[in-house]
Structures are given as structure tokens and as C-alpha cells.
Design a protein around this ligand. Structure first.
Ligand code: FAD
Length: 383
């Protein structure tokens, strides 16, 4: 099957070659942010591919963004530090006012403004987003925000954050999904003036944090769209996010398959390459089949998204299939490498930890299965 966007892919590969395994390993040890890598991607324009040309981006579709992220991951790098710069702006693009688009999108396209943080999850709400309680109370021409958010990635490396909060409590809203609003928070003004960020150390290098809001004042002019309709606005952004994350999983799967194939040809045991044994070959071949099937689902979901068609189910299914393909490939690569699968210098164990995330975030596998069961197969709802 031919590659989509061969020129973009080649350019991304060349860029990533400047950031090889030792670069990522050193950061991983320190849980440090890949500042130079993100700057190089920004400068090359790869993070603004989805922003229309009139606002300074390349005006390409989601499939081009998916190709960029897939190649980043295939090279052994990780797009988690900056993928949100590509798609979080979608909520401003689709639902912001003309003035907001003009004020923010050109600066996001150039990288002058980093819109990398997306604040939805809360300690007591989990996957059930309608239970969020972070509240924005209107006082004249400002909102006063109080509450907590959990697992908000890149908050320390972002100038702006898309924040989902309640403006009407759940019990006062007509429907549980009503009464939520999206605010664009300027992190440069907020930190220390009502917003505290606490980093969380995790099994992978992901710059994720916990946020505490204590009467943070946000100008009412930073409300995106209409008050109370925020849940709907973030849902379309979530489809784009799931498709792009699925592309990262495809990249990870390709990384593991490339590395395992090379190692299996090279490593001699019992006087022959281990790859001559079908017990070693078949899991690599199976990983390739699973990755290819998932990749076709990612392409199909991206095509629907680009055509403006409903794609919630397809985006979810692509993400599930791709995250399972990458996890199978990760496990296969550890097994193929034997003891070296556990050695830092091979990068397999790092990528193994990194790719595990995608079965939990941005949405966990069970929730996707529940969507397919109840929305597609019409099975009874369990919650
Ligand atoms: C490294 C990292 C980065 C993240 N970055 C962000 C971010 O930038 N912004 C943001 O808003 N969030 C972020 N998240 C949060 C992420 O989206 C959530 O962790 C994810 O959606 C799962 O929610 P939860 O952790 O609350 O799990 P829970 O909702 O508590 O669920 C726990 C487990 O129970 C299962 N489960 C729950 N209910 C059911 C049910 N009814 N039926 C069957 N199974 C069920 C789930 O599938 C899951 O496996 C991040 C998380 C991590 C770990």
C-alpha cells in the first residue's frame, strides 16, 4: 500500500533523525520536556498543518496531521509533548468569534502562542465528564473560576488552555450535558493569580499535571461560543484528537515492527538468525497485519472527518484498534529482543511504556466498547 503524503513524511523523518534515541532517553530519565524537538517541529510548520492558510497555517486536512504524528512516532520520538498544539485550536477555529480567531490563530500558527493544554478531566468526575464541578461564576465582565483538574498535560508548557467548566450546576441544567462552558485561560496571567500547577510523575515522560483554581479571574471575552454549550464544542475536537492519537499508535506499531524485524534478522542464536524461527517470525507478521488493518481504519475515520461527516464511532473504533495494535507490537518487540528488550539503550522499553497510555487516554477502551455496543449494536445501556 502506498504511503500518503510522502513528501511530508520524508521531511518529518529528516527532522526526527536530529533527535535520536539518546536524546529521548536522557529526557525520559529526568522526566524533562523536549523543548528543542518541539521548537524544531514548530519552526518547520508541522504543528500548524490544520490551521487554515488565512490564519497562517498550511490549511491541510486531518490526514496530513495524522501522517506527521505517525512519522514522529515511527522514528522513535514522541508527539505527546506537542500534538495538542495541532488540534486544540480546533475549538477556537470552529466555535470562536471572528475577533478570537484573528487574535489567536495566527499566533498559534507561528508558535508565538502555545495552545497545548486541554482541561477536562477532574479527580471526582473521571470519564463521566458531565460530573465535572469546576465552576465559573460570572461577575460583571469576568468569570471567577474555582475547582480542580487532574491529568492536564503540558500545562507548564502552554500559554493558553482550553478549560471546560460548569457555568450551571448539573442539577440546575436541563440535561446533564448542558450548563458547561469553554473558557480560554491565559496561563501566563493565571499562574500565581488563582491557578496553581502541580506536576505528576508517571511511568512515561508526559508533562502531566494537577491544577487548582481558587477564584481565578478570566475575562468574559475569553468565553468560546455560547455559555452552557461547551460540552458540544469539545466533542467535535475529541474526534480529531482520537484520530490523531490513533495515528501515533500506528507510528509506534511501525517502530516496534521495524526494530523487531531488524533485530530478528541480525541476532544469532543456535547458529542462525532468530528470525528464521517461525515462533519469532509469526508474532512480527501478526503485528504487521494488525497495524495495517488499524491504519486503514484511521484513514477511513480521517476521510469522514475531513468530509465533515459524523465520525464519532469511526474515530473511536480507529483509536481502539490502533492502540491494541501498538500494544501487541510493543509486547512482541520486547519478546523478540529477549533481555535487550528491557535495556534502556534499545528504546523498546521506553516506547513500550509510552504506548501503553493509549488504551486509557484520551479515552479508555471500555468506554469505546460501550459506545459501539449501545450506539451501533443497539444493546441495552449499562449506565
Ligand atoms: C498521562 C495522561 C495524560 C492525560 N492528559 C489529559 C489532558 O491533557 N486533559 C484531560 O482532560 N485529561 C487527560 N488525561 C485523562 C484521561 O483522559 C483519563 O485518564 C481517561 O479518560 C480515563 O479517565 P479516568 O482516569 O478518570 O478513569 P475512570 O473514569 O476512573 O475509569 C477507570 C477505569 O474504569 C473503566 N470504567 C469506568 N466506567 C466504566 C463503565 N461504566 N463500564 C466499563 N468500564 C468502566 C474505564 O474504562 C477505566 O479503565 C490524561 C491521562 C493520563 C494518564
Amino acid at each position: 500500500m502506498s504511503e500518503t503524503f510522502p513528501e511530508i513524511r520524508e521531511a518529518v523523518r529528516r527532522l526526527c533523525a536530529r533527535f535520536p534515541g539518546p536524546y529521548w532517553r536522557a529526557l525520559d530519565r529526568e522526566r524533562a520536556y523536549p523543548t528543542e524537538f518541539v521548537a524544531a517541529l514548530t519552526e518547520a510548520g508541522f504543528l500548524s498543518v490544520l490551521i487554515p492558510e488565512e490564519y497562517g497555517g498550511s490549511g491541510l486536512g486531518l490526514a496530513a496531521g495524522a501522517a506527521v504524528l505517525e512519522e514522529i512516532h515511527r522514528s522513535g520520538s514522541n508527539g505527546g509533548a506537542c500534538h495538542a498544539q495541532m488540534y486544540t485550536m480546533g475549538v477556537v477555529l470552529r466555535h470562536g468569534s471572528a475577533a478570537q480567531k484573528q487574535a489567536y490563530l495566527p499566533k498559534i500558527a507561528s508558535g508565538e502562542l502555545r495552545l497545548q493544554a486541554f482541561g477536562v478531566t477532574e479527580p471526582d468526575a473521571g470519564t463521566d465528564t458531565t460530573r465535572i464541578t469546576t465552576f465559573a461564576r460570572r461577575e460583571g465582565d469576568t468569570y471567577v473560576v474555582s475547582g480542580k483538574k487532574l491529568w492536564i498535560s503540558r500545562a507548564e508548557h502552554s500559554d493558553l488552555m482550553v478549560l471546560l467548566c460548569r457555568t450551571t450546576s448539573r442539577d440546575q441544567a436541563a440535561k446533564p450535558s448542558d450548563g458547561m462552558s469553554v473558557l480560554l485561560v491565559d496561563m501566563r496571567e493565571a499562574v500565581g493569580a488563582g491557578l496553581t500547577i502541580r506536576p505528576i510523575r508517571t511511568m512515561l515522560n508526559h508533562a502531566t499535571t494537577e491544577l487548582f483554581f481558587e477564584d481565578l479571574r478570566v475575562p468574559a471575552a475569553n468565553l468560546i461560543g455560547e455559555e452552557g454549550k461547551g460540552f458540544r464544542y469539545i466533542l467535535d475536537g475529541m474526534n480529531a484528537e482520537r484520530i490523531l492519537i490513533a495515528a501515533e499508535c500506528i507510528g509506534d506499531a511501525r517502530f516496534f515492527i521495524d526494530r523487531a524485524s531488524a533485530y530478528a534478522k541480525d541476532r544469532q542464536v543456535f547458529g542462525r538468525p532468530i528470525g528464521e524461527n517461525q515462533g519469532v517470525q509469526f508474532p512480527i507478521a501478526r503485528a504487521y497485519v494488525q497495524m495495517t488493518a488499524a491504519s486503514l481504519m484511521v484513514d477511513a475515520a480521517a476521510a469522514l472527518f475531513e468530509a465533515g461527516e459524523p465520525c464519532g464511532t469511526e474515530a473511536n473504533m480507529a483509536k481502539l484498534a490502533a492502540s491494541e495494535a501498538s500494544w501487541y507490537a510493543a509486547d512482541m518487540a520486547v519478546q523478540t529482543h529477549g533481555g535487550f528488550g528491557f535495556a534502556e539503550e534499545y528504546d523498546i522499553e521506553r516506547k513500550f511504556r509510552e504506548t501503553r497510555l493509549y488504551q486509557v487516554a484520551p479515552i479508555s477502551t471500555n468506554l469505546i466498547l460501550s459506545h459501539v455496543a449501545t450506539h451501533v449494536l443497539d444493546l441495552p445501556k449499562s449506565f
